[in-house]
Design a binder for this molecule. Structure first.
Ligand SMILES: [Mg+2]
Length: 288
């Protein structure tokens, strides 16, 4: 046996200066759950995302295959959100949801998908505005094969309008023309994302497109399993980035030499004049 144990966990890279952060939700920010409604959002995640978005001048987006209403329910934060794999994009809590005109699956397809879900106990049909997902995590591989075959046959009827997507223990029928790549490209073309270094972090096949787009734009694409190992380690990394920003702010406020990273943070720019006491900062849950 070697004297020095080899590291067993990946070491995440530091967050680049002037990053624009794109984060998948399921399996990335939160652990995969038996059903989509059962995911647990750790209480420390919300303040970490909120503060990190402030540090990045708002250049933080959650990019998910989920409908926007799910993202609002699980992440009640005034951050940029992209739902439905890029079909729904919202720049702020008061902003309208925007997106391209997309085809809608025929009702008969939804009925056939529902019938399949009813045939396999544990299978679940998740409806979306422009498609649907058949989850087979609780139903077994036979249900997965049946779901894949059914959705593939539908796509074959209208291959120019729809495509089939393999998710984690699920098959999804979605419209062509949008993806997490198109969402990243759309956001990187506008403030506050434009001019920053895109960093996309995700865990499954749908995220590969977002990662590729980030890399093509000179940024970084990180597969969660490779770069972090688990959602818990990603969350710790996010909280560390928030703590680092607080340290930068503290050193900038103490008269220490003004480092470029601290000076360019949104928090530094939004700092109140020195004759006005800053508001108390809320502590993350678990801190004393
Ligand atoms: Mg995911």
């Amino acid at each position: 046996m070697p004297d020095i144990p080899l590291p067993t966990e990946p070491l995440p890279p530091p967050l680049p200066e002037r990053a624009a952060l794109f984060l998948d939700f399921d399996g990335t920010l939160v652990e995969i759950a038996p059903t989509p409604d059962a995911v647990q959002v750790p209480p420390t995640l919300l303040p970490a995302l909120d503060r990190l978005a402030q540090r990045l001048d708002g250049a933080l987006a959650v990019v998910s295959g989920r409908p926007m209403k799910d993202l609002d329910r699980f992440l009640p934060l005034p951050i940029v959100k992209v739902g439905d794999h890029g079909a729904a994009l919202r720049l702020g809590p008061e902003a309208p949801v925007i997106g391209p005109n997309l085809p809608v699956p025929p009702p008969e397809w939804r009925a056939r998908a529902a019938a399949l879900a009813a045939r396999f106990p544990g299978a679940l049909l998740e409806e979306k505005a422009h498609g649907f997902v058949l989850h087979y995590r609780l139903a077994g591989p036979e249900a997965g094969e049946a779901a894949r075959d059914l959705l593939a046959s539908m796509v074959a009827e209208q291959p120019e309008r729809f495509t089939l997507l393999a998710a984690r223990k699920a098959w999804e029928l979605r419209p062509r023309g949008v993806s997490k790549a198109s969402a990243v490209a759309a956001l990187m073309a506008r403030p506050p994302f434009a001019g920053r270094v895109p960093v996309f972090i995700g865990d499954d096949a749908t995220d590969e497109e977002g990662m590729a787009e980030a890399r093509a734009a000179g940024g970084i694409g990180l597969r969660l399993q490779d770069a972090f190992g688990t959602p818990a380690r990603l969350r710790a990394w996010l909280e560390e980035a928030v703590a680092q920003a607080a340290e930068d702010d503290a050193s900038a406020g103490s008269g220490a030499p003004s480092a470029a990273p601290a000076a360019e943070t949104g928090r530094a720019r939004r700092a109140p004049p020195s004759d006005i006491p800053p508001p108390p900062k809320p502590s993350p849950e678990g801190a004393c």
